[in-house]
Write a protein that binds this ligand. Structure first.
Ligand code: ZN
Length: 127
C-alpha cells in the first residue's frame, strides 16, 4: 500500500501511513468511534422522548373521547399533561379559514382562539 499524507478525522492533525489507515492513532480511532456511538444514542433518546410525549397525548385524548367528550379546553388538556408542542399532522381547517386541524395519530383536535379544543377521530381508511 502507498503512503499518503492526510488529516486525522478526530484530532485534525496531518499524518502519514498506509492509504487504508484513517486515524493517526488507535486512541484517536477509539475516541472518534465512541463520539459517533454517543451521538447515535443521544439521537435515539430524543426520538424515544418524543414518542413518549405523543403516546401520552394520544392516551389523554382517547380517555376523553371514549367517555363521550368532544370538547375540552386548552387549560384542561394542559393540566392533564398534554404537550401541545408535538403532533403527528396539521392541515388547514376547511370550516374556518383561520384554524388548523391538528392530528395525534388517529385523533384530531382544533384549538379555538378562546381556548376551547374540539376533539375528533379520523375515520379508518380501509386497506
Ligand atoms: Zn488523531
Amino acid at each position: 500500500m502507498e503512503e499518503e499524507k492526510r488529516c486525522c478525522p478526530n484530532c485534525n492533525r496531518p499524518f502519514t501511513g498506509r492509504s487504508d489507515k484513517k486515524f493517526c492513532s488507535d486512541s484517536c480511532r477509539t475516541m472518534f468511534n465512541n463520539r459517533i456511538k454517543r451521538a447515535c444514542r443521544t439521537q435515539h433518546g430524543e426520538l424515544s422522548r418524543i414518542d413518549r410525549i405523543l403516546k401520552k397525548n394520544h392516551a389523554i385524548i382517547e380517555r376523553l373521547y371514549s367517555r363521550g367528550e368532544r370538547e375540552t379546553t386548552f387549560t384542561e388538556l394542559f393540566g392533564m399533561g398534554f404537550n401541545f408542542e408535538y403532533q403527528t399532522s396539521m392541515r388547514e381547517n376547511p370550516d374556518t379559514a383561520s384554524s388548523y386541524i391538528i392530528g395525534c395519530y388517529d385523533y384530531t383536535y382544533v384549538i379555538s382562539r378562546d381556548g376551547r379544543v374540539r376533539l375528533g377521530k379520523r375515520s379508518v381508511i380501509p386497506l
